[in-house]
Design a protein around this ligand. Structure first.
Ligand code: SF4
Length: 179
C-alpha cells in the first residue's frame, strides 16, 4: 500500500485538497478481514490525519470494548479529505475519491465491509440507494466479491442516544457472524 499512500497524500483530484490539513487514509490492520467505511474525515481527523479519532470514534471504541470485539479491522472513509464545516460530500467528490477506496479494498481484500451511515451505504450498495439506512442496516448483503454490512454512523447514534442499544446489537450481530 506504500505507493498508494504516497500518491494519495498528494491527491488533487477534487477541490477538497485546498482546505484539508491532512489526507486521512485509514488506520488499523492492513490484512484485516473486516473494513469499516465511514463518510469523510471530520475536524479532529483532519487535524491528526487519522480516521475516527473524534467523538464518533470514541463511541466505536466504547462499543467494541462493551462487546469484546477483538477482531482485527481496518477503518477508513469514502472521502479522504475533510469537506469544509463537515458538510456532506457532493457527488463529484465521491466520484473522484472512490477509486482510492476501491484500491484499498482490492489490496486488503476483506471478507466483510461495514458501511457506517447512509452515504457510505448508498455508495457501496447503489442498488439500495433509494432505501433509508434504518431499513437496510443490520443485514448482510453479498455482492459477489465481498459481503457488505450497513450500520448507522456512530455520529448519528451520538445525536440519537435512544439508538445506542440497537447499535450495540447490530455490532454484536456483526461480531458473531465474523467468527
Ligand atoms: S477528497 Fe479524495 S479525491 Fe478529493 S483531494 Fe482528497 S483524496 Fe483527492
Amino acid at each position: 500500500m506504500i505507493a498508494t499512500k504516497e500518491m494519495l497524500r498528494c491527491c488533487r483530484r477534487c477541490g477538497l485538497y485546498r482546505t484539508r490539513r491532512n489526507v486521512v487514509i485509514g488506520r488499523g490492520d492492513p490484512n484485516a478481514g473486516v473494513v469499516f467505511v465511514g463518510e469523510a474525515p471530520g475536524e479532529k481527523e483532519d487535524e491528526q490525519g487519522l480516521p475516527f479519532v473524534g467523538r464518533a470514534g470514541g463511541l466505536l471504541d466504547f462499543v467494541m470494548r462493551e462487546i469484546s470485539f477483538e477482531i482485527p479491522y481496518y477503518i477508513t472513509n469514502i472521502l479522504k479529505c475533510r469537506p469544509p464545516n463537515n458538510r456532506n460530500p457532493d457527488s463529484g467528490e465521491i466520484e473522484r475519491c472512490l477509486p482510492w477506496l476501491i484500491s484499498q479494498l482490492e489490496i486488503i481484500s476483506p471478507s466483510c465491509v461495514v458501511t457506517l451511515g447512509g452515504i457510505a451505504a448508498s455508495v457501496l450498495l447503489p442498488s439500495l440507494k433509494a432505501r433509508r439506512i434504518s431499513a437496510i442496516k443490520g443485514k448482510f448483503y453479498n455482492t459477489g466479491t465481498t459481503v457488505i454490512y450497513p450500520m448507522w454512523h456512530p455520529a448519528y447514534v451520538l445525536r440519537n442516544k435512544s439508538r445506542l442499544k440497537e447499535f450495540i446489537m447490530d455490532f454484536h450481530l456483526l461480531k458473531v457472524n465474523l467468527k
